[in-house]
Design a protein around this ligand. Structure first.
Ligand code: SUG
Length: 466
């Protein structure tokens, strides 16, 4: 069984309120940079710069729009009342941390938006998408309803795509999406095996768990996603992440391992009992992938867990170029840390399909713990499926230039946590998103647009509550 298929990268466009809230416990970069001044314009330009690079090397690329922030509706649900401006001002005075959380641009990290199984892997031969519930962190738990709505718009052909509801919003089913999921296959169009990596199990309390930082993904969530996606049970593997790695700041598996087609690159301390985990993956891959998996293990003596987290080496994007060779797209930080740089050189020198590396500047995102791979959701699509996707979100040269101009026009180049209550920021944000929905031809999707068709001004909305 084989068909022509592509991996399309859907990147989250950085939102206008991108800031450093220090919101993610267990994410070392986020903690370290909390309170720093951010540059949303730079962040958004770095993001689309990366997208353009991928498109230019021949990889299909698409865009996911930001969510509406500050999230006034969420602040209202927390008891802040009055006009929108009053809600912002009260939150700033009484609970500035909540204002920061409700203003986070965290939807940019699209690897956490959902888990995706291509149609060739599923029993009903439709592509399945489960938006992640992201219940581990309050600011991220605000994302799923908008994510579900956006994905349903983009993947709207129900004969080809299924966009599920996120899992129940309880700790038992903590789900962080594709950041803890890797698909291995010979070519994208052939059936693959899907590897789910979890941090803890709600039902197996005897299993070792991290001592310091939270495990965000549960085995129960991964199992439910695999069932919802109608994967053949023998082709879905569940592996426990090493609790010590989580305690070292590896809050998602994509910070410590990466797979693409028939390659798995991972750190020696990525999993609980890494040799037997890799043995299982190899065995299932051999049984169903008709081939041998190429595994590249990076020893702690080469790159320590600390350096892996600092450089985000394993959060590089590993992509297949049109000529069949693979390219590693690393964060600039890898160049700045000798062990990570040496490791990339060693991988390039060795006998494997990874033949080139490229370093991208996504520093604004990195300072919140989001590397190149965090910013994208991989979706394997056949020709027919690609044609059924909402076309205006696919990145063309024209769209790239339009988005650049849109960013230059609307984004601030400096943002402090205190600015989040600025009524002008709310206005700027809504005006920009309104224009973006026109560029991407998405219709009226944001709460503020359901009130009226023209971009509303905060002063006009002061009598309303969402
Ligand atoms: O969930 N950072 C995100 C980073 C997500 C990275 N994604 C992947 N590894 N796939 C998180 O911790 C920080 C926001 C702040 O502190 O302002 C934040 O949410």
């Amino acid at each position: 069984m084989h068909c022509n298929a592509y991996e399309v990268n859907f990147d989250g466009l950085v939102g206008l309120t991108h800031h450093y809230g220090g919101l993610s416990w267990g994410n070392i970069a986020s903690q370290r940079h909390g309170g720093h001044v951010s540059n949303p314009k730079h962040a958004a330009l770095q993001g689309i710069g990366k997208m353009k690079f991928l498109a230019d090397v021949g990889i299909r690329q698409a865009v996911l729009p930001p969510h509406e922030r500050p999230n006034i509706a969420a602040l209202r649900r927390l008891g802040f009342t009055g006009s929108d401006v009053q809600v912002l001002e009260k939150a700033r005075r009484k609970k500035p941390r909540l204002l920061e959380a409700c203003s986070s641009a965290s939807a940019m990290w699209a690897a956490n938006a959902a888990t995706v199984s291509p149609s060739i892997d599923t029993q009903d031969r439709r592509l399945h998408i489960t938006p992640a519930n992201l219940i581990g962190q309050f600011h991220r738990s605000l994302e799923p309803p908008t994510t579900k709505m956006l994905l349903s718009k983009i993947f709207c052909d129900e004969k080809k795509f299924v966009v599920h509801q996120p899992l129940s919003t309880v700790v038992h089913f903590g789900d962080e999406g594709a950041a803890n999921h890797t698909r291995l296959c010979r070519t994208y169009g052939e059936p693959g095996i899907e590897v789910f990596v979890y941090g803890s199990s709600a039902e197996n309390v005897a299993a070792r768990t991290p001592k310091k930082f939270p495990a965000r993904q549960t085995l129960e969530a991964s199992g439910a996603v695999a069932r919802m996606h109608q994967l053949l049970p023998e082709r879905a593997i569940f592996i426990q992440q090493n609790p010590d790695a989580i305690d070292a700041g590896v809050f998602h598996n994509d910070v410590i391992s990466i797979g693409n087609q028939n390659i798995l690159l991972y750190h020696e301390h990525a999993f609980v009992d890494t040799p037997s985990a890799i043995g299982r993956i190899r065995q299932v891959y051999r049984q169903y992938g008709c081939d041998d998996l190429i595994t590249i293990e990076v020893r702690a003596s080469e790159v320590s867990l600390k350096d892996a987290v600092a450089s985000y080496l394993f959060n590089s994007q590993l992509v297949t170029l049109p000529d069949g060779t693979m390219l590693l797209i690393c964060a600039r930080e890898c160049m700045e840390l000798e062990p990570s740089m040496a490791c990339v050189e060693k991988i390039l020198d060795a006998d494997n399909p990874i033949q080139s590396a490229h370093y991208v500047d996504v520093r604004q995102s990195m300072k919140n713990g989001g590397g190149p791979a965090c910013l994208r959701l991989r979706v394997v699509l056949t020709e027919d499926e690609l044609a059924a996707v909402h076309q205006p979100v696919l990145l063309t040269d024209g769209l790239y230039h339009q988005l650049r101009a849109w960013i230059e026009k609307h984004y601030r180049d400096e943002l402090r946590p205190d600015d989040l209550a600025d009524p002008k920021l709310l206005d700027e944000s809504r005006g920009a998103l309104d224009e973006l929905t026109q560029i991407l031809q998405l219709g009226s999707i944001y709460p503020f647009q359901r009130v009226r068709t023209n971009p509303p001004r905060f002063s006009d909305l002061s009598f309303l509550s969402f």
